[in-house]
Design a protein around this ligand. Structure first.
Ligand code: KG4
Ligand code: ZN
Length: 329
């Protein structure tokens, strides 16, 4: 089964062709990151227009690089939410046009399920699994007993992991998007500052990272005020270790409570080296699968893989599909 998929929920225009819910034949991504560097973040209206400009080019390349023609495709999939309405709309309209013109069925995919299925590209999972979604907009623990059976067991009460990386990066003068560069700087640093691990001992799977962001800002201000020399790399590393410790502790608790066999670490911040290492080394009682770094950030391949399992579950949409800024799993 060949699926052509579209993703445009935030600042990446992406189109992909995937095969049988496992293989990626093409995954074209046009990123708007360079445009938003000067703004320090995504400007929704500009993002919408950039998607409109790029989508046809990305679509044509996705088919070309998969060595397929549109007639070879079985289903059209598209991210329906959550995300920026104007941005989502471009992907959805493009998918609808292709679906109507070719009489191929349309499938709407939840962006978060896409992130989870990024961990299943070229990989068979064992259920029950725990998906740790850490992205710019979301931090969620999701238990799955089978394909397309999502049980959200907890999420962040304030900032998402990626969001707090970007904000702490800004405190350290690192340009948007801060996550990848903070990761790089942190590799040179040491965990020498005692930053808080918010809600690490709470009995549930809720997270709160805004206090950690404030504590990091307070630390930097104190060092500056007291004229104490410090290295950005040490602050970055101390911050990363704090985030990773919270994720590890809660993952261990969930593994026990839900009899988890495999942990999937997915989403933009799943590319972080400290988080990857800590979860991989720290979890002994379940298999740990880290999403391939090239599928951590937003991409259409993960939407195609997720769509495959949605179709297998008999769930198909039609051209009445609408974009949704908020959408639960
Ligand atoms: O999943 P994603 O591409 O978009 C959303 O769905 O939000 O995630 C983007 C987020 C950004 O906040 C970015 O800073 C973060 O992922 N990120 C990272 C790293 N690479 C990207 N955070 C920490 N370490 C990284 N290496
Ligand atoms: Zn995402």
């Amino acid at each position: 089964m060949y699926i052509l998929s579209f993703e445009s929920s935030c600042d990446e225009t992406s189109v992909s062709v995937t095969k049988d819910g496992k293989h990626v034949l093409s995954n074209e991504i046009l990123s708007q990151i360079d445009i938003f560097k000067e703004y320090g973040g995504v400007v929704p209206e500009i993002s919408s227009r950039e998607h409109v400009k790029g989508i046809t080019y990305v679509y044509l390349n996705a088919l070309k690089n998969a060595n397929l023609k549109i007639d070879d495709i079985d289903y059209i999939a598209v991210t329906e939410g959550p995300g920026l309405i104007g941005s989502l709309l471009t992907g959805i309209n493009a998918a609808k046009i292709v679906s109507i013109n070719t009489h191929k069925p349309l499938v709407g995919v939840n962006h978060l399920s896409g992130h989870i299925y990024a961990g299943m590209i070229e990989h068979d999972v064992e259920f029950p699994l725990l998906a740790i979604i850490i992205s710019g907009g979301h931090t969620e623990f999701v238990v799955m007993k089978d394909h397309y059976d999502f049980q959200k067991i907890g999420s962040t009460l304030d900032d998402a992991v990626g969001e707090v990386f970007d904000k702490v990066a800004r405190i350290l003068g690192i340009p948007y998007p801060g996550g990848p560069l903070l990761d790089k700087i942190g590799k040179e640093g040491k965990d020498i500052y005692k930053l808080p691990r918010p809600m690490i001992d709470s009995k549930d799977y809720s997270f709160s990272f805004s206090g950690l962001k404030s504590a990091t800002l307070g630390l930097v201000q104190e060092l500056e005020n007291k004229n104490i020399e410090y290295k950005n790399s040490d602050i970055a590393r101390s911050f990363e270790e704090a985030v990773a410790d919270v994720l590890l502790k809660k993952a261990k608790t969930a593994i026990k409570e839900f009899g988890i066999k495999e942990v999937l670490v997915v989403g933009g911040s799943a590319a972080n080296s400290v988080i990857r290492e800590k979860l991989e080394k720290g979890i002994k009682s379940a298999k740990v699968t880290l999403a391939d770094k090239k599928y951590c950030g937003d991409n259409a391949a993960m939407i195609g893989i997720s769509a495959y399992y949605k179709i297998k579950n008999g769930l198909i949409d039609d051209v009445t599909l609408t974009p949704k800024s908020r959408l639960d799993l």
